[in-house]
Design a protein around this ligand. Sequence first.
Ligand code: MN
Length: 321
Amino acid sequence: MSNLDMRPAPTVCGGRQDVTARPVRELLAAKQVPLGESTLVRRLLPNLGRRMVGAWCFIDHYGPDDIAQEPGMQVPPHPHMGLQTVSWLHDGEVLHRDSVGSLQTVRPGELGLMTSGRAIAHSEESPREHARLLHGAQLWVALPDGDRHIAPMWEHHAELPRVTGGGLRATVVLGELDGAASPGTTFTPLMGADIALAAGTDTRLPVRPDFEYAALTMSGEAEVDGVRLAPGSLLYLGCGRAGLPLRADVDSAFMLLGGEPFEEKIVMWWNFIGRSHDEISQAREDWTSGSRFGEVHGYGGSPLPAPELPPVPLKPRGRTR
Ligand code: MN
């Protein structure tokens, strides 16, 4: 998905001083962002209260929306740099096209993982024939400096490992959970899992004390470490836990996202992640002039134009929380 803010704010994030070393329970409110004409997405990250969780740097939750009489998701070709995108669905399907020639329908429970490296462009759309409901999350992972210039690639993993027991059923989207590892390529120590809790669940999930974590509720009312979460809210949990208490009175699902705190300072603007104003500005120029990012074939519409850069130079600075 693209950041469709008409005036996207530059965001400087990363760095150890933002990380809470001990366990915390910070409930972060969503910002409503229009996506196209009829859809609202809830942006949980970056958030006024927090900008990263491990290398996770962008979280949008959308739906469930009834799109039976609508075109649904229609995100025209747009560029990415310096990050990975994770497409994750609970309902519906998304047709992905990109400039390395991929054409793939992503369905619920399947991982669509795009590594932009130095440059890629893609489009995402609901197929013409689509399910009534569309519900999912779009997540970005920042690439570390040593890997952010690699060649772009697309991965689709229809089969993902599961962890089950005590009313809990977890699908490991990225990284590892309780010994089960996702086949998705990662570049920093991180994890992402979709966790379904049956009504009446009262359990404890083993997690890593050196990772920071956050929980994004998808449906129901999962209770994470004693905090009951409505759908579309994000609970930041900090580091320093070996186990995470989970309860549910009704069938619930949430995403657990975690990782080793991301040490580098990054600059995020629109769909790009770089390390300086000049890099971001060059990427914008390259997208506008039609170079570097390649072409997306088969999408029935024009590529997204880049917004104007803000007049103030983007630069990593000071404490960012
Ligand atoms: Mn995108």
